[in-house]
Design a protein around this ligand. Structure first.
Ligand code: IPM
Ligand code: MG
Length: 354
């Protein structure tokens, strides 16, 4: 098992150290390599996704990522921004299927800003297409143009999807729904956008191959509303890159504890990049305050999806549930009367539970 570890920026190195300790404690036969991605890579090489990182990531079976970005890189040209590193590795490795679970842990029910009767027991999976859409569409740019005889700045991006790009992400979503409650909601904007008209047509065609899954459709604005009105109506949601970016942040926040949520980005052959849903949190970096659980749970997803080690994945997930039940909390999920732990102490607690 070759795993490429990319700690990244901000709190990335701190949370990654705990996830790596958890992996080592399982005594699996894995070979870890470490490389730079994001702002740290820009500082060291000028490139957010350097060649050495590319080489190690391509050779590995899975990539475990902390987080990238921070205000010190805000002024850089677009091609050198840390986020470019993330977009580049997704594209380079063909990681088109992004799985973002939003699960409410019963111990953390009060962390949500929504009433507990609305979110109790919430367990949604967002399947987001990750290598197409307006994120990568050409042409794109900012330039000066002549508009009605005046020179003006003009910016443009292109939204496009091919039938095969849509079909492959829908298959992932139908299969995921088949393993869960058999309900799939496809989110689009077919009343306005041609790309999503095609999306809806392909979804309906693909449904014929999955008779056990009930497919529904929802427009994205309504989906944003329904997610806060009655989130438990959803089981699996599938959508494009841009809508998925927005809806997955919304879904994560329903749980009130984005520091708990892992994600997987998979290619067509089971290779994957695993990362927490949260960002690099530069404001608390280096202070031992960050919650390592999302990264630890991302390592569990890696064992499940890339290495088919369901038992080892469950061991990690059960250890996390156990420490929550014991009252262990980092600052982000802290409640009165609970033990407030540092990043390292939370890692220790998970190791003890393991
Ligand atoms: C995410 C992030 C990225 C995205 C950014 C950092 C490029 O928001 O993973 O959701 O937009 O995909
Ligand atoms: Mg996002």
């Amino acid at each position: 098992m070759k795993i490429c570890v990319l700690p990244g920026d901000g709190i990335g190195p701190e949370i990654m150290a705990e996830a790596v300790r958890v992996l080592q404690a399982l005594e699996l036969r894995c070979e870890l390599s470490e490389a730079l991605l994001g702002g740290c890579a820009v500082d060291a090489t000028g490139d957010p996704y350097p060649q050495e990182t590319q080489r190690l990531a391509q050779q590995a079976d899975a990539v475990l990522l902390g987080a990238v970005g921070g205000p010190q890189w805000d002024g850089l040209p677009r091609g050198q921004r840390p986020e470019r590193g993330l977009l580049a590795i997704r594209q380079d490795l063909g990681l088109f299927a992004n799985l973002r679970p939003a699960i409410l842990y019963p111990e953390l029910a009060n962390a949500s800003t929504l009433k507990s009767e609305v979110v109790a027991g919430l367990d949604i999976l967002i399947v987001r297409e990750l290598t197409g859409d307006i994120y990568f569409g050409q042409p794109r740019g900012i330039e000066t143009r002549d508009i009605d005889g005046r020179q003006e700045r003009f910016a443009f991006n292109t939204m496009h999807y091919s039938e095969s790009e849509i079909r492959r992400i829908l298959r992932v979503a139908f299969e995921a729904a088949g393993r869960r409650n058999g309900k799939l909601c496809s989110v689009d904007k077919m009343n306005v956008l041609e790309t999503t008209q095609l999306w809806r047509d392909v979804a309906n065609e693909t449904a014929a191959d999955y008779p056990d899954v009930e497919l529904s459709h929802m427009l994205v604005d309504n989906a944003a509303m329904q997610l806060v009105r009655n989130p438990r109506q959803f089981d699996v949601i599938v959508t494009g890159n841009m809508f998925g970016d927005i809806l997955s942040d919304e879904a994560a926040m329903l749980t009130g504890s984005i520091g708990m949520l892992p994600s997987a980005s998979l290619d067509a052959n089971g290779k994957g990049l695993y990362e927490p849903c949260h960002g690099s949190a530069p404001d608390i970096a280096g202070r031992g305050l960050a919650n390592p659980l999302a990264t630890i749970l991302s390592a569990a997803m890696m064992l499940r999806y890339t290495f088919a080690l369901e038992d080892a994945a469950l061991r990690i997930e059960n250890a996390v549930k156990k420490v929550l039940a014991q009252g262990c909390r980092t600052a982000d999920i802290h409640e009165p009367g609970m033990q407030e732990l540092t990043t390292r102490a939370m890692g220790d607690a998970v190791l003890a539970a393991l």
